[in-house]
Design a protein around this ligand. Structure first.
Ligand SMILES: [Zn+2]
Length: 259
């Protein structure tokens, strides 16, 4: 991977605007980061806040999506997703030479564990917050043949859209008229420490394969010839809530271990 000059990283961190783009949508990323923030240890939170220029994780959670228009960040263009064909699994699928969401998470962890300077770690921390969210977004483990559901046309509440966009944001907004803060607040039931630990268990590879299985199930459960409405929302909103919650708890677990 190309090295990024430190002055450029500092420039980018300070001046790049965050623009809402694809992937969970800004709301899902924000909610994931908010869940994670609640479960940081005091020590981890202090170090993380310093690397995030005094902001919380939600503030930076969609930052990596806004980097798409910056040529110096071309190297992360394919880091938001992985493609797995029907019935396949991530581990045995041919890999993108430019990296995918799984290798992105691994790369971010590697940099955060290294002795790189804080300005570099700051960039990779902001990316990790985002890519753990993407890793739990089902259509980010979709099929290459339809560009992760972008070419899979569906009708949702009378409007033509596609499976990717439906799962990034339309289904969230259809399920609950909540802000990101309300999502984070409301999706976490009262749980014992043991239950929380069980939800956060596993490795990034396990989480990736789980999302691949979920994507498969969604393809099978999403007819293209009918108007998806409350039946679909009721069927799948618990799954969205679980993916956001697990993404947040797992991100917190990773960060507590790293910091
Ligand atoms: Zn993304």
């Amino acid at each position: 991977m190309r090295a990024i000059p430190v002055f450029l990283l500092t420039f980018c961190c300070v001046f790049i605007n965050i623009s809402p783009a694809s992937a969970w949508g800004e709301k899902g990323h924000n909610a994931t980061a908010r869940v994670a923030q609640k479960h940081l240890t005091k020590c981890a939170e202090r170090k993380i806040t310093r690397l995030l220029d005094g902001h919380n994780m939600a503030y930076w959670s969609s930052w990596a999506d806004g980097l798409r228009s910056y040529p110096e960040y071309d190297f992360i263009r394919t880091w938001h997703y992985a493609n797995v064909e029907d019935g396949g699994d991530y581990a045995s699928e041919p890999k993108l030479p430019t990296g995918d969401v799984y290798t992105a998470v691994e790369k971010c962890v590697e940099v955060l564990k290294s002795d790189n300077c804080d300005s570099v770690k700051s960039v990779y921390l902001k990316m990790l917050i985002h890519f753990v969210g993407d890793m739990h977004c089902p259509m980010h483990a979709g099929r290459a043949s339809d560009r992760g559901g972008n070419g899979y046309t569906v009708t949702f509440r009378g409007r033509k859209t596609n499976l990717h966009s439906l799962w990034d944001s339309a289904l969230l907004d259809g399920a609950h008229v909540w802000s990101a803060a309300e999502w984070a607040e409301n999706i976490e039931p009262r749980m014992t420490r043991r239950q929380r630990k069980a939800m956060a268990a596993g490795t990034p590879m396990d989480w990736m394969e789980q999302t691949v299985d979920i994507a498969d199930e969604i393809y099978d459960g999403t007819p293209q010839n009918e108007d998806l409405n409350w039946d679909y929302i009721n069927k799948y909103s618990p799954l969205i809530e679980e993916q956001l919650l697990e993404g947040g708890l797992r991100l917190a677990k990773m960060l507590n271990e790293l910091f």
